[in-house]
Design a protein around this ligand. Sequence first.
Ligand SMILES: Cc1cc2nc3c(=O)[nH]c(=O)nc-3n(C[C@H](O)[C@H](O)[C@H](O)COP(=O)(O)OP(=O)(O)OC[C@H]3O[C@@H](n4cnc5c(N)ncnc54)[C@H](O)[C@@H]3O)c2cc1C
Length: 437
Amino acid sequence: MPFDFIPEERRLTQPEELLTYSYDATDHRGRPGLVLRPVSREEVVEIVKEAHETGTPIVPRGAGTSLSGGPVPADGAVVLDLTLMDRVREVREGDRLVTVEPGVVYAELNRHLEEYGLFFPPDPGSGSVCTIGGMVAANSSGIRAVKYGTTRDYVARLEVVLADGRVIETGTYARKSSSGYDLTGFFVGSEGTLGVFTEVTLRLLPKPTHYAAARLAFDGPGDAAEAVGRIIASGLEPAVLEFMDRNTLRTVEEYTGLGLPDAGGVLLIEMDGFDDGVEDSLKQAIELAGAGEVETATPREELWKARKAALPSLARRAPGLVLEDVTVPISRLPEMLQGIEEIAGEYGIAIATFGHAGDGNLHPTFLVEERDRNLEAALERLFSHALALGGTLSGEHGIGLEKKGYMDLEHRGSLELMKAIKRELDPGGILNPGKVF
Ligand SMILES: Cc1cc2nc3c(=O)[nH]c(=O)nc-3n(C[C@H](O)[C@H](O)[C@H](O)COP(=O)(O)OP(=O)(O)OC[C@H]3O[C@@H](n4cnc5c(N)ncnc54)[C@H](O)[C@@H]3O)c2cc1C
């Protein structure tokens, strides 16, 4: 029997067990042939070696919350469920580093780090369940990326099992290094196609102690986008600067009754730091923004409820929705939002847009019942518009299955180099086949 060195209770074969590994948070589906749940690097190595020898496709998987189809298996593939490898191995407090297994959940890691006064900042919306391995593989981020950057900025060192079962270590525990090519950065964002991460060392930051937040309402989305430009250009450093358009606000209000304004656009802003200076910074940002209506009285957790409810509320309104992830330079946000409105009108599709405006990352959400040609044409227009503005197809969700058809629009010449690297590292094409390209 294949992979029989993995004990039966961690070797899933029943149809109802396999079904739970057939999807992620998109509408893509695939039927795995087998699910293996390793508990150690040694088991991962043995699995990958056997897969290599037998030409069996393997799909690494964390919590399966991807919004790109990344962990959806090719039919018959072996899913490598890494969630049982969930130990925090070592906190090096003085070096501000933590070494973890790939299945550690983001929120649990930060809970663990509280006693050290440290944190790992990226904060994806799925942080209560998604794994560090999945975050590194997708280069995930979230509402705090405007100040703190993405997962890539925090990965110091990786242990990677390559497609033939060899184990390599990349990076360093030192603060800096000019030693050779940056292989760590190269594996970050590789979406399970170049290797399986079995250990991750992350850089950490001191956790802020003071926060101040506000909700700013504007007449139109363009006014909100221009306010973002002024705040960022001023040198103020918001920890969060989120946007919601009228469609999103109305849908969230319908489902939550939070008492949100019926505005053309809303910004949610938060300053963080280590003293009361955060209040002054917030005041300065509010003055620069010039919003029609400002709400600061509510506890900040109440303000965040609306943003956290955005995707769930839209998904209840349109269960077949398609959520995109285009990202543009901050100065081009007004044009991106204008383009989205035009696409909605031209293709007759309701689009609700929210996202991380502070770093130019928008989630235009196409409220459709199913995919059809009209939707595909509208998506191509969306991507072309973002790229024409100097942007990218994906700010944080990755390419997976969802956007692989558009990669040549963005990468042109360098796409061939990416494919050559994949062939060199995985000549048999067994690691997460069919993703990214
Ligand atoms: C409600 C909701 C909100 C979200 N909000 C955000 C957000 O704010 N920001 C954001 O960036 N994303 C967001 N996401 C998307 C998703 O949660 C993130 O991409 C997350 O980091 C994926 O982690 P995961 O453990 O679920 O990985 P999975 O979905 O299981 O896998 C993701 C990719 O990583 C690969 N992979 C997983 N583990 C490994 C490993 N150990 N070695 C090699 N490859 C591996 C998989 O093959 C796959 O390609 C959201 C998703 C949902 C459902």
